[in-house]
Design a protein around this ligand. Sequence first.
Ligand code: ADP
Ligand code: ZN
Ligand code: ZN
Length: 740
Amino acid sequence: MTKLPSGKSLIFKVAIPVPVYRLFDYLAQENIELDNVKPGVRLEVPFGLGKKIGFLLEIAEQSELDTGKLKRVIRILDHKPLLSAKDLRLLLWASSYYHHPVGEVISTAFPAALRQGKSIVVQSEKRYALTDLGKATDSGQLKRAPKQKSVLEKFQCSSCLSEAELSVWNDNWRPAVKQLIARQLLQIELNDAKANNPEALLRNNVLQCNLQQQSAIDAVCNSLGQFEVFLLEGVTGSGKTEVYLQIIRSVLERGQQVLVLVPEITLTPQLEDRFRQRFAVNIALSHSKLTDTQRQISWLRMQQGECSILLGTRSALFTPLKNPGLIILDEEHDASFKQQEGFRFSARDVAVVRGKLLHIPVLLGSATPSLESLHNVDKRRYRLLHLPERAGNAIEPVLQLMDIRNKRMQEGLSEALIEEMHGTLARNEQVLLFLNRRGFAPTLICHGCGWVARCHRCDANLVIHFDEERLRCHHCGKEHQLIHQCPACKAGQLTPLGLGTERVEKVLAELFEDRVTVRLDRDSTQRKGSLENYLQQINQGKVDIILGTQMLAKGHHFPNVTLVAILDVDSGLFSIDFHAAEKLAQMIMQVSGRAGRADKPGKVIMQTRQPEHPLLLTLINESYRSFAKSALAERKEALLPPFSHQALLRVQAADINTPMLFLKSVTALAQELNRGHTQVLGPVSAPMAKRAGLYRYQLLFQNTRRQELHVFLDALMPAIVKLKHAKVRWSLDVDPVDLY
Ligand code: ADP
Ligand code: ZN
Ligand code: ZN
């Protein structure tokens, strides 16, 4: 047992979740047994006038500070670190790569309760499963008990669900579950810790894979146990998920765990259902719709090896894994993998580093891979696995442009489109309309004097929400009563300008009176469980027309949709951010992927006033790949990422002059510290110059050599911290995906 040499006090270097770049020194407790104190354990320490939870990073003999003035650690919370040494290394790397304070980075790896210093308690949850009778029962028999019917249907596609999972699905599940147990259709699942024995893993038979799927599966399975990054490129419906499932099976057979990340919470239930149908292992979930307790349970069950699969969003990336075997990132191109506030990490890029540290493969999947990943394939850093065709007998949809110049339009719908819709509906097939703008209309303007309803706090117009009689700012959330008289001239008529989903919904109700329309956007799906309900209605064929925002673009399977229309594709064509073209092309392909998934061919119509636009023509006549190729060539020409590397310093303040003054000091510092060839571009005002009452400016750093950029930032950041500008807030975004 190691004891402290008497008379000498050891120093603990502690990371504390505060916006400060350095570690804090504390005196170790007296009589401490060092055998039990490893880097990574949580500590309670005095901080300022209060206390904080920090993370021990180093034990040192000396401090650069006067040891007489150091405070003593209050207590050590963990017998051994909850994170592995490799995961701790990952976090330290991420802190230095993203130039974000290390204490804040480490604390993001923990669930809220552990972050606050609570001790670990593993609660086990009750889980429910169908009985044999439940499996055989037709849910139609429960017509008169709709609640029970929908619970039974939920179980029939997921087999086994925990209390937490049920709560995420629907707040009020308990009475129905109780009644189903009384009817002997459901039972409490007793033994949920499944042995990892291969026969017990599978619930149902696997599909016979096609050649391309098989070679993708073989490639990844051959590299289990070592690091390699794979990019699985395959159009929607090409069977990527099936490939994941079969690879996961091999990982599970090795007794290892799989981390699966998806961009959005709305995608987890579908994937979860497929996993549960296939595997009889414990599956944990982690995303922001779960309560803190539920997330902590998932975290601990993965850490202790009780669950074999973790399905989650971006923040689940740091969950500790007892036996890591594989990381999968589905829809890897999606911008939601980049955190846009606080610790601005890219879950994709950090996942790759994590795979490298853990010596496990990383599988990135997408129908429309990011330009960065395709570039990494070109550079032979990633290995490309390609699924060129739709699996089974589904046929790829036909894309076509619909020129709407000078055409008569009814609230955004051309007559030709309306006719197409009638034709599709007459065949008892479904129509999907995509419009990436919620609300009734994006602008309220006075027909008499030109007055426009603007947000006082933002550089933006207020959006009309007709149903709720509101004007709402989509940037700061500020709301006003919808007005009916022009505040400027008191006479002119107030007119809604432009198109939002609410407005299209209204015209659909008139044009397609006897049809059922469902609107899916952030407003219509705010209530818990409402999205799931809508999706269920759609899949049961109770809906004819599905109208929605980007929520629709991702992952959902609508087998009976054969006509997809993008109502306003032009709005994406003119942006000043160089990422915009890539995002638009991905969005078009993703939305198109919703059409004709089963045995019926699909058609995709894009309404445009730019029928000659090269981006649209390339996508239609060639492919996403051709688009990507020419977009990469343009980026190379302009030395934009991935041919250079960027970091964006954003600054905001309540006063209009302060951000610019601050950025001028930063520019001066940058010139002084710039030893390499980092370009300093700006300062300029942000594309949205004011937001939530704050004025925004930015400065962009760019270098073709990543290493050189980071050496520069390493020198610059501590110097910026020392600039005394009390009234500005600033943040650094390394590899920004959005220049706004
Ligand atoms: P993706 O994830 O690329 O969109 P999925 O894995 O969801 O594709 O597959 C699309 C559909 O095709 C699913 O219904 C799936 O069950 C089916 N499918 C996948 N692979 C095969 C196969 N080899 N044979 C027959 N059907 C398949
Ligand atoms: Zn007016
Ligand atoms: Zn606002």
